[in-house]
Design a protein around this ligand. Sequence first.
Ligand code: BEZ
Ligand code: FE
Length: 296
Amino acid sequence: MRSINEDTITQAVIAAMAACDNPRLLTLMTSLVQHLHSFAREVALSEVEWEQAIGFLTEVGHITDDKRQEFILLSDTLGLSTLVTAQNNAKPCACTESTVFGPFFVEGAPELALGADIANGACGEPCFVSGQVRGLDGQPVANALIDVWQSDEEGHYDVQSPAPDGEHEHRARARLRTDDEGYFHFRSILAVPYPIPHDGPVGRMLEALGRHPWRPAHLHFMIVAPGYERLITHVFRNGCAYLDSDAVFGVRSTLVADWVRHDPGLAPDGTRSPVPFYTLRYDFVLNTAGAVEMHA
Ligand code: BEZ
Ligand code: FE
């Protein structure tokens, strides 16, 4: 222990953890130390670079609070969120694919009746969304709980601009339940591309790397039903810029769908829309809970 050098430091750190009685923690930390040290060796990390990295992570911590989660942005933009999502959500290919959760989900959104306008004042062109939730056997999933959330036409989620009294107001987000045939429908606003928050250290990192902060237009869904695996996913708008360069690597081709534009006239809810509106139809297929995915 007294003559630690460049060659012996990795084993010394690993040996220092020998008394750890949590085997999983030991596995994680041993591997993390090995990879961190290998990285430093491989790039011949300088002291200035090490200080810059510590400064960067410190800034990521300082800007993070209950509304702004810069660590999730960092994980998302480095592809770690997509990797962890993918390796923990393997399922039969007939199932709807999962993708990243993102930082803008809110627990306990109001449960609205099917057909409700979930925009609740969020600005944007009208959009009518419908679909069906089914199991792998093709059977409809009745009473599935659907959380849906999206940004407004300026690219802001409700949580990013709270009401003046500080109370959280749910806009362009809601919970709905599928009917007896597994169908759901609601009114909202057209999804648009938007940049992830980029006024902090992650934004500067993207700029330094010659990357943009934009995400293609999408709707977020989380669907929960007894007997099925929870599904966290997005539906992406076909034809949108950034489908091939999503800043957080969330796009899957099976999740891209057509938003159909309609001239002013009769809308799906039976009213006459004085302005153009859009419709989106997307069906979800849930994996059976407890199903074991066979890897080749
Ligand atoms: C989102 O789509 O809401 C999102 C996902 C990852 C990072 C930032 C935003
Ligand atoms: Fe989003």
